[in-house]
Design a protein around this ligand. Sequence first.
Ligand code: C2E
Ligand code: MG
Ligand code: MG
Length: 574
Amino acid sequence: MMVDDEPVMLEIVQVLLEEEGYRHFVSVDDSTRAIDQLVQSNPDILLLDLDMPEVDGFEVLSRVRKLEDYQYLPVIILTASENPVNKLRALELGATDFLSKPVDPSELALRIRNTLAAKAYQDQLTYYDNLTGLPNRKLFTSHLGKAIAQAQQDNRNLVLLEIGLDYFQNINETLGVQGGDRILRSVAERLLGVIRGNDIVGRSSLSLPIENTARTGGDEFSVALYGNDSVENASVVCNRLLAAIRNPFDLDGENVHLTASIGIAVYPDDGEEADALIKHAASAQDFAKKQGRDRFQFYSSEMEAHSRALIKMMADLKTALQEEQFELHYQPQIDVASGAITGMESLIRWIHPQDGLIPPLKFIPVAEEIGLISEIGEWVMHEACCSASEWNAAGYSDLRVSVNVSARQFADAKFKASVESALRSSGLDPRNLVLEITESMLVGDTDQLAVLLHDIRDLGVSFSLDDFGTGYSSLSYLKKFPIDELKIDRSFMLGVPANPDDNSLVRAIIAMAHSLGQQVVAEGVEEAAQMEYLGQHGCNTVQGYYYSKPLCATDFGDYLAARVEHPGARRSGT
Ligand code: C2E
Ligand code: MG
Ligand code: MG
């Protein structure tokens, strides 16, 4: 762009530059319009006359430098004056270079070429991510703003995808930063492959030629989709992006597995400005992560409400322990052969002062997420051991209590000590404590965990494998870990005895467990027919509504007393 009050000068320079191959020359002969024109045409370089009526070149230059986006725009001053004071003043205001009038054609061409080369280098550093070569957040946001203006003009939608790699920190930790960088480069290539390979995106980006993929944070990428059917297309594109990342990466012959979570926000429904869209796409991504990762999520106001509820729950959980809002309930476990109570599973309840009873499946995952599970688990362990110890002392000897333990608790270095402390302070015989763990924590790189479980078992405590049959197909871990008991998941019990497949599975699990020297507990037993079937096939223990729902400690005490008086009694459906 050139600003000069002499139209002839403008014409001469335009002709010279077009001969050199430069396109898009913007002439401004009225310097009062210089700034508006600059913002509108966003030039790569500004040629500026100093001596102009109304607004002179100094004034234009100082206004340009006050605009954030144009602080570093190359400005070449064209002047007939050789006055060193003028030059100095222009330099102070941020001029990049000078050219004397009349203009020498080859000098003009050379100066412009060098200045633009320097600008291109500077732009690369300022606006692009040097690892992947993609636009960075700054440039992407500026492109997004322009794309939004265009979409508004054309009365069209625009879709923003915020893509976050799941657990990328682990990759950096295991493969080192260099390995992580190589993976990031491959991710960028794959994303571009999907975006370019996509008809709609390809076609529409032709009509709106701005770069639409960016690396906008350490492990964050952004994509903008334009076009009439961009919204309908968003899920297709997301599925392809997710599949592209799920495909293992080859790092020197080693397979590296990675997944991503994508948040989607749509202009204008989810925001009319770049910042609002980015914020909403990011909270949709957050939601996708909380829903289990490796998925995409459209922004929605319900989601926002859900997130708000989650944030409230996180805050409320932090005070729930001090304010004694947790209760531990107990569900009896019955020996199938004798009908005697052998023990009870402890199940936590949260009685929220406003929201009432919140079931564990709702708040345990949140407590895990915010790192409160160890503290809560410690309370559960202590409470369960104390109750069991009291019931044992009251004459119901050898009652065993089962305590559910989250995978996260085992990662806590103090876990073993907290088991010992609960045993010591309650006086419970370690043989009467059973820790329930789940299959999912026993897969993968678990050598250390196996050592820890063996250590804890040496205290005299036993382990039960909860929800057995729902997790993993490989059973090799059954040999590696010290497991004393399998709990057949409730989902299998639903079909017993009507469904032959469920029956076969239940029989197979019982046979397998017994041949490994393990006991079998069936959970979720609700009917006499299920009891009968389990009895016939050698299941050791049952637990379920058929006998009793989980009861608070006082009710459980009453239940124990009643069963001793009337051993056959059940307390079902209450
Ligand atoms: P789980 O350990 O598999 O517990 C069994 C769940 O099945 C309990 O749900 C129990 O109330 C329910 N149940 C028992 N018998 C029947 C039946 O006959 N029919 C039906 N429909 N349901 C039955 P609850 O108490 O809501 O607990 C859900 C899960 O929350 C537990 O599954 C366990 O994974 C977790 N949990 C509970 N308490 C704790 C705790 O103190 N710590 C940890 N980490 N997790 C816990
Ligand atoms: Mg359990
Ligand atoms: Mg279970």
